[in-house]
Design a protein around this ligand. Structure first.
Ligand SMILES: [Mn+2]
Length: 310
């Protein structure tokens, strides 16, 4: 069993609502590694969240963020994305599985670029994107200019201006992105999806088809045409009763029991090399509940070592 490397992304500059930069520190301070280890999962922080938080783009930069859409704000996100990408690439090259903890969803531009770096230009990467939002805007099309709404356009190579976040070119093919949970998609994102052949399956369609069967079938097909898979989980995909501390909440999310067992089955069946948990904002109400949900989900998703009884 490969050990699991926890990699933090202590940046919330890609979001509109401040606070998810504290996600990894909260998880560390509330004993995430201990909880995983108690569940038989060999997980350690390979980078201490505090290390980046103490640096120039951490606490100091977040105390007085430049406006969204400014080059200065972009630079903060780019620094964190590039750093994350390097850490992810190093861990994957060492044969470890990676769990990234955010931080806002801009991080996926960096982490997936890191995956491509580790496995080389020919590697076919498949992305399972669990989210209320498509995160497919370009810098141009985005109304908010919040970079957490753009990582998919970055790793698909649709918007070259996002390349400083990590992916210098397309590192994922449009047909190799699977969405689950979509309930709030911008008009511009529908146009981008249509232009590039990206399938935006809505939450309503997914529920109508049966979540477990529809998702399992599309992941099986994805695994058939890809060499490496990543599961990127935005906590706003879930019901607000279970994961209330998110910056862009949308009603009607997944109940844990209708999706977590499905995702656990997917992680067990297919060699998912990276799992991301993003958009945990402990400064919003319900932090304790949201953290408990996040930690329990990781316990349910990740492979436990077999404990030998003496
Ligand atoms: Mn997202």
């Amino acid at each position: 069993m490969c050990p699991i490397s926890l990699v933090p992304y202590v940046c919330g500059a890609g979001a509109s609502v401040p606070g998810c930069e504290y996600g990894p520190l909260y998880a560390r301070d509330h004993g995430l590694t201990e909880r995983l280890q108690n569940a038989g999962i060999d997980a350690v922080w390979v980078v201490d969240p505090q290390a980046h938080w103490s640096g120039p783009y951490g606490q100091v930069a977040h105390a007085d963020l430049p406006p969204r859409g400014s080059p200065e704000r972009f630079e903060i996100v780019a620094w964190h994305c590039q750093s994350l990408g390097r850490n992810v690439a190093a861990e994957l090259r060492n044969g470890n599985r990676v769990v990234t903890i955010g931080g806002d969803h801009s991080m996926a531009a960096g982490s997936i670029a890191g995956m491509a770096e580790a496995f080389g230009p020919e590697a076919k990467i498949g992305v399972i994107w669990i989210d209320a939002h498509a995160d497919l805007n370009t810098f141009e099309s985005s109304l908010s200019k919040a970079l957490h709404g753009m990582p998919v356009a970055a790793f698909l190579g649709i918007d070259k201006s996002l390349a400083p976040l990590g992916p210098a070119k397309a590192v994922v093919m449009p047909e190799n992105v699977i969405y689950a949970g979509l309930r709030d998609v911008d008009a511009a994102e529908y146009d981008i999806a249509a232009a590039h052949g990206i399938r935006l399956m809505s939450m309503d369609d997914l529920r109508a088809q049966g979540i477990a069967q529809a998702l399992q079938d599309s992941v099986t097909q994805l695994a058939g045409r890809c060499d490496h898979l990543v599961l990127s989980i935005d906590l706003d995909a879930f019901s607000l009763d279970d994961a209330p501390s998110v910056g862009t909440p949308v009603p009607g999310g997944f109940k844990p029991e209708e999706i977590v067992p499905v995702l656990a089955g997917i992680v067990r069946t297919h060699a998912i090399e990276m799992v991301e948990i993003v958009e945990f904002n402990p400064q919003l109400p319900g932090a304790e509940k949201t953290y408990d949900f996040l930690a329990q989900m990781l316990c349910d998703l990740l492979p436990a070592r077999i404990v030998q009884k003496r």
